[in-house]
Design a protein around this ligand. Structure first.
Ligand code: ZN
Length: 242
């Protein structure tokens, strides 16, 4: 990474992946801002989780608190007008004939990256960090590595400013994402930072598609049944065994 990159905007939803990405950015850059989108998510619990994560991160890692700048929440409610999915409407999660789960909102991530780039431009931030991942079960086409590279070029050209899209989770699985969090926490605080960051992610991040925070599992809160919970639970179990 060239030294000229000193600031980043993290797409931060309050889940395990984006919280790990935030820790990655805080360990690497001088100034870090966060961004989330409100698009009629069924569960306000996600938006609450991200604020709780930010508060907990600042309290536990003072060096990171000093780098954390503004938190942004942009209205992307327009997505609710053009897509009918289980994330924006009250329908069941299932696989569609395309092979994609009906949590897929066509083009959502392209829109998010465009809005993020516009905000990064205005805020003078050089890097966009996002937790997209190709090893995930979902296989969303707007989260693939080629898509990210194409977006990086399109946005850099279209805004006439060199913009870097960084994807620290692209080629790792959920167990390795837990492991990465442990390493980043340890880097920040050699004493107990590794376990502290893992504990923080377990306690405060939210992943469950059903918005369930009534059931506490060893890997965090969630129904334990939906695809997101199953992925998180399986990854945590492999991480614990390693
Ligand atoms: Zn769940």
């Amino acid at each position: 990474m060239p030294a000229m990159h000193t600031s980043a905007l993290v797409l931060f939803s309050g889940g395990q992946d984006s919280t790990t990405c935030l820790a990655h950015a805080l360990s690497r850059y001088e100034r870090v801002e966060t961004l989330a989108f409100d698009y009629g998510q069924r569960h306000k619990v996600e938006l609450d989780a991200r604020l709780n994560v930010l508060t907990a991160l600042k309290a536990r890692f003072p060096a990171w608190a000093a780098k954390l700048g503004e938190d942004h929440l942009l209205d992307a409610g327009i997505l609710g007008q053009i897509s009918e999915t289980s994330l924006t409407r009250d329908t069941a999660i299932e696989m569609e004939s395309s092979g994609l789960p009906n949590t897929f909102v066509p083009g959502r991530n392209l829109l998010f990256l465009t809005l993020a780039a516009a905000l990064a431009y205005r805020r003078g931030l050089q890097v966009i960090v996002t937790g997209v991942c190709e090893t995930d079960f979902s296989g969303y086409p707007d989260c693939r590595d080629d898509t990210m590279k194409a977006m990086q070029i399109a946005l850099s050209l279209g805004m006439d400013r060199k913009l870097l899209i960084e994807t620290p989770l692209m080629w790792i699985d959920k167990a390795q994402t837990w492991q990465l969090a442990h390493e980043l926490g340890q880097k920040a605080d050699l004493a107990q930072g590794g376990q502290a960051l893992v504990d923080l992610i377990v306690e405060h991040t939210h992943t469950c598609y059903l918005g369930d925070r009534s059931q506490r599992q060893d890997w965090g809160y969630g129904c334990g049944q939906c695809p997101a919970c199953q992925l998180r639970a399986a990854g945590f179990a492999r991480f614990q065994k390693a």
